[in-house]
Ligand binder design. Structure first.
Ligand SMILES: [Fe+2]
Length: 167
């Protein structure tokens, strides 16, 4: 973990044990950093994609960005509900994200499809790890949020990967 990790826990009448809440907050902040990174990566793809599939991919990548912004909010607000501090600044995300940094030189649709599908797949994998972690902490609501998020990310992975399939 990074030195920026906060330890402050606000009191709450939420009945989840304090130790579980503290652990869940740390794990959810990790997923939050990855999710914000994924959101910026989809915008990066939206802005820079070129080629014959421009308009379809330009619109698809923006739709993904919009949904991922919703996932970011779900994660951040769950952290705060548990008494934690949502750590979503660009500086923290740059330090903490586990996603591969999005390559700046990409231009073709195929290149962006390859890069963004990698990011979606990796994020989906870590979200599923997160579901297991939340189940172990008996935090069913955080597990449910991560299930909703991974379900959405899997759908977007399908939409993006379909451009590589059927050839
Ligand atoms: Fe736009």
């Amino acid at each position: 973990m990074t030195s920026r990790t906060t330890t402050r826990l606000y009191p709450t009448k939420n009945d989840l044990p304090e130790a579980s809440r503290r652990e869940a907050i740390g794990l959810l902040n990790q997923r939050l950093a990855d999710c914000i990174d994924l959101q910026t990566q989809s915008k990066q793809a939206h802005w820079n994609v070129k080629g014959p599939s421009f308009i379809a991919l330009h619109k698809l990548f923006d739709e993904i960005n919009g949904d991922v912004a919703g996932y970011v909010d779900l994660l951040a607000e769950r952290i705060v509900q548990l008494g934690g501090i949502a750590e979503g600044t660009v500086g923290v995300v740059a330090e903490r994200s586990t996603l591969v940094d999005y390559p700046l030189a990409l231009s073709t649709g195929a290149e962006h499809v390859a890069a963004l599908s990698d990011a979606l797949a990796e994020f989906g994998r870590t979200a599923r790890v997160g579901i297991e972690e939340m189940n172990e902490l008996e935090d069913a609501d955080s597990a449910d949020i991560l299930t909703e998020i991974s379900r959405g990310v899997d759908k977007w992975l399908w939409f993006v990967e379909a451009h590589q399939q059927g050839g």
